[in-house]
Structures are given as structure tokens and as C-alpha cells.
Design a protein around this ligand. Structure first.
Ligand code: GFB
Length: 313
């Protein structure tokens, strides 16, 4: 990508999109195109078509999506399917129509079957049943992969896909019903410490295992793939290491400095027992993460403290 290239980052206000913007700016890119959701509803086919006609981006990072944690996925099943299908279909099709040079689509590790062998290799896609709590989201993300593959094979478009593991970092969602586990626990432990509460509720049994990647590492990997990768098969992005929810809860408790007890609410779902990415293809290309979980969580807690007014309304 030339430094003056016209680059559209879809979803620039979210955790992933904002990290990609920081990365592009740090690399000296000058022509970054963005639209807020009130300026451009990405589910609106006609609006997306006229935006692409008018702005003519050369490169697209497709980081716009309806996202959320286990409860949001399970509760708003229709929205997670419809919104994501519309967003990715509209953007990918218009990228083809307006001859975008390259597009990167971002999915999620929940595309893999619930009981797939670990670590998850890219070729395990569609080899078994999905996890029920996030099946609609996973189906939408699998469709995004297939759109990129199909536009590549039928029309020769250089559209690639990457599947990140669970992410965390600045501009995350801290709403306790809709968020992922890390922002939820940072907020819960922080508020419990401030209010001298004796216990904090943590969902599930604590036994599921999750792999976590800092959003700045993800942005770095996306930039790397945009520069170096142009093949049909999507690429896993992760650290290749995972922890139990119990371990990460204890770690956040320590970082925040909460001294009370954890109370496990087993009425809440555990979700997938484990989803550890096999990142050997990405490692073999020459990319590896740099932020380890403890350091990343310490930085994220500092970011939460600095932006609490924005994050917690
Ligand atoms: O991060 P999370 O919501 O998403 O939950 P998933 C991970 C694990 O943490 C689950 C437990 O076992 C939760 O039960 N957990 C413990 C909590 N306490 C909490 C809490 O206070 N809040 C939350 N949210 N979880 C999502 C998918 O799955 O991951 C999406 O639904 C997407 O589709 C995303 O793939 C990356 O890892 O289970």
C-alpha cells in the first residue's frame, strides 16, 4: 500500500477499527477514509453503493460488525445474523464493483466447530456443529469468508480473510450485559474495589479456556497480511496460548487490586469449552504477537481508568 493510498477502515470507532487506524497513522498513511454509523448505515445497500462510487477506496479493512460477548450473541440472534450478513455483503460486493485493489475481512474464532480438535487449524472450518450461543454470528462470519473466496475465484478480486482469537484493548465495550469477559471483569472488579463489595459475580464454571490477543497486536497482524498475503485460505490470528477463565479472573483481580471473593454463577453459559488457535501459518510467514496477557491487561486497566467516563455511561 502506497502511503497516499485511499484506505477505507470500516468500523473505525470500534476496538479493532480504531486499532487499525492507530497502526496506519503510525506507518504514515495520509488518506484514511471513515464514516460513523450515523453517516453511513452499512446495512443499506444503496447507501454503501453510493459511498464506494463517491469515495473510491483502493484498500478496505472490513472491521465493521455487530459484536458482543456470550450473552449478547445468544440474546440478539437475529441482529447478529442479519446485521453482519448485510454489512459484509454490501461492502464486499461494492469493493468488487468499484475495483478495490485489496480487501481484508475480519472474522472470529467462533467459526470453528464447538468440539473441533485443538489447536484449531484453518482447515477445520465446516467440519462439525457450531457452538449454539453464537451460531448466528458464526454463520455470518463463515459467509464473509466464503464471499471473499468466491469473489476471488470468480472475479479475481484480491480479497483476504483473517480470523482473530478473543480480543481486548482500548475502546472495548464495557456494558456488563453485552461485553466480552475481560472488559466485564475489569469493570466489575474495579467497581467492587471502589465500593468495598465483598464479592464479584463471575459467569459460568471458570473451566472454559480462552486465548486473548491485544487489539494493537491484531492491527499489526492485519497490516502485515495486507502487505504480504494474497491467497484464498483465511489466516488465524492469535498468540497460540490460552488460559482458563478462572486463571484470567484471578489475574484481573490482582491487577485491579480487589481483595474480596469470586462468586461463580453457573446459571450463565460457559460457551465453547476451548478455542485455541493454531497460529503456525502466521508464524511461518514471519509474524508473532508482542504483548503478553499480563502486560496487556495492565495497560487495558490503565486505559479503563483514563476513559471510565466514556466507557461507563
Ligand atoms: O468473552 P465471552 O463473553 O465470549 O465469554 P466467548 C468467555 C467466557 O467467560 C465464558 C465467561 O465462559 C463466560 O461465561 N465469563 C465469566 C464472562 N464472567 C463473565 C462476564 O462477566 N462477562 C462475560 N461476557 N463472560 C464470544 C462469542 O464467545 O466470543 C462471539 O459469543 C465471539 O461470537 C467472541 O466469537 C470473540 O468467548 O464465550
Amino acid at each position: 500500500m502506497e502511503k497516499q493510498a485511499r484506505i477505507y477502515v470500516a468500523g473505525h470507532r470500534g476496538m479493532v477499527g480504531s486499532a487499525i487506524i492507530r497502526k496506519l497513522q503510525a506507518e504514515g498513511y495520509t488518506t484514511i477514509i471513515t464514516r460513523t454509523s450515523s453517516e453511513l448505515d452499512l446495512r443499506d445497500q444503496a447507501a454503501v453503493a453510493s459511498f464506494f462510487e463517491q469515495e473510491r477506496p483502493e484498500y478496505v479493512f472490513l472491521a465493521a460488525a455487530k459484536v458482543g460477548g456470550i450473552m449478547a450473541n445468544n440474546t440478539y440472534r437475529a441482529e447478529f445474523l442479519y446485521d453482519n450478513l448485510m454489512i459484509e455483503s454490501n461492502i464486499i460486493h461494492q469493493a468488487y464493483k468499484t475495483s478495490v485493489k485489496k480487501l481484508l475481512f475480519l472474522g472470529s474464532s467462533c467459526i470453528y466447530p464447538k468440539l473441533a480438535p485443538q489447536p484449531l487449524k484453518e482447515e477445520y472450518l465446516l467440519s462439525g456443529f457450531l457452538e449454539s450461543t453464537n451460531e448466528p454470528y458464526a454463520i455470518a462470519k463463515i459467509t464473509g469468508i466464503k464471499l471473499c473466496e468466491s469473489y476471488r475465484s470468480q472475479y479475481g478480486c484480491d480479497f483476504i480473510s483473517a480470523m482473530p482469537t478473543n480480543l481486548y484493548g482500548p475502546n472495548d465495550n464495557y456494558d456488563l450485559q453485552g461485553s466480552h469477559v475481560l472488559p466485564a471483569l475489569i469493570r466489575k472488579f474495579h467497581e467492587a474495589k471502589i465500593n468495598n463489595q465483598p464479592t464479584v459475580e463471575v459467569w459460568g464454571t471458570g473451566s472454559p479456556m480462552r486465548e486473548f490477543l491485544h487489539a494493537d497486536d491484531l492491527a499489526d497482524a492485519c497490516f502485515f497480511l495486507m502487505e504480504h498475503y494474497n491467497d484464498e485460505l483465511f489466516v488465524n490470528i492469535g498468540t497460540g496460548e490460552d488460559v482458563t477463565i478462572r486463571e484470567v479472573a484471578e489475574l484481573i483481580k490482582e491487577i485491579v487490586g480487589f481483595e474480596g471473593e469470586l462468586r461463580w454463577n453457573t446459571e450463565k453459559p460457559d460457551g465453547t469449552p476451548r478455542k485455541l488457535m493454531d497460529v503456525s501459518r502466521l508464524h511461518n510467514m514471519g509474524w508473532k504477537h508482542t504483548t503478553e496477557l499480563k502486560e496487556g491487561l495492565e495497560r487495558t486497566y490503565q486505559d479503563f481508568l483514563a476513559n471510565e467516563v466514556l466507557y461507563v455511561e
